[in-house]
Design a protein around this ligand. Structure first.
Ligand code: ADP
Length: 241
């Protein structure tokens, strides 16, 4: 599913959070929205999701204008920084959740749900946790379950907001490699927000660098790293190295 962002603007009071942003996300690509805190990344992600309405501009999914479509009609899966798994449900129930709340006409039967959930748990290599509760898992494991849950509804688009933000460096590094592998297997168009330069450069097919609500540079990790478009990008990437 390709996504076209066409001249999007969003302000909160007098503050311009997203400033005339136009971007194309190609089908099956994993894109990082990279930038410092407050640069408008999350707001843009929420607009793509349909959780927030832009003031002006359009969002097209596969060429179709979805700007006015409700979040539930867009076919997006989410993973947020804080795992937000249901604590009182088992891992199995968490992953199955999106399927069980479907309208009766499109809801898979029990055996189908079981098969699908177990397949997803195998994909994230956590099938042995099916009957555990989230509190019995590590932070990294919980985040992999959150990914399995997002994938259960077969989203056309996967949106990840600082998916590994709350975890320590070692687990983050492991999950980065793991997200890359998973993406190579499922090829769902994915956009993830991060303020971590290394994470963006290592994981994604493409990096969009944002600052103060606008796009500073948009290119492959190599292009952005080797040929920063301007002093901001140069300094922002240079700060960690
Ligand atoms: P980032 O994800 O890059 O850190 P955000 O998109 O979260 O940036 O925020 C961009 C700016 O918009 C921030 O300064 C934030 O305070 C402001 N902002 C975001 N959401 C709201 C809101 N609902 N109301 C008021 N200001 C907001």
């Amino acid at each position: 599913m390709s996504i076209e962002i066409d001249h999007i603007n969003k302000h909160f009071g007098n503050f311009v959070a997203v400033d005339n942003v136009s971007l194309n996300f190609r089908d099956g690509e994993l894109t990082a929205l990279l930038g410092p805190s407050g640069s408008g990344k999350t707001t843009l992600l929420r607009i793509i999701a349909g959780l927030e309405q832009p003031d002006t501009g359009r969002i097209l999914f596969h060429g179709e204008d979805t700007t006015d479509k409700h979040v539930s009609e867009r076919g997006v899966g989410f993973v947020f920084q804080h795992y937000a798994l249901f604590k009182h449900m088992t891992v199995f129930q968490n992953v199955a959740y999106g399927l069980t709340v479907r309208p009766r006409s499109t809801r898979p039967n029990k055996a189908e749900i079981k098969e699908k959930v177990m397949r997803l748990l195998e994909l994230v290599q956590l099938d042995w946790t099916a009957h555990r509760y989230p509190s019995q898992l590590s932070g990294g494991q919980r985040q992999r379950i959150a990914l399995a849950r997002a994938l259960a509804v077969e989203p056309k688009v996967l949106l990840l907001d600082e998916p590994f933000g709350a975890l320590d460096a070692k687990v983050r590094a492991e999950l980065r490699r793991w997200l890359r592998r998973l993406h190579d297997e499922i090829h769902v168009t994915s956009v993830f927000v991060t303020h971590d330069q290394e994470e963006a450069l290592e994981v994604s097919d493409r990096v969009v660098v944002m600052n103060k609500g606008h796009v500073e540079q948009d290119g492959s990790p190599e292009e952005v790293y080797d040929h920063p478009a301007n002093p901001f990008v140069y300094e922002f990437l240079g700060n960690v190295n």
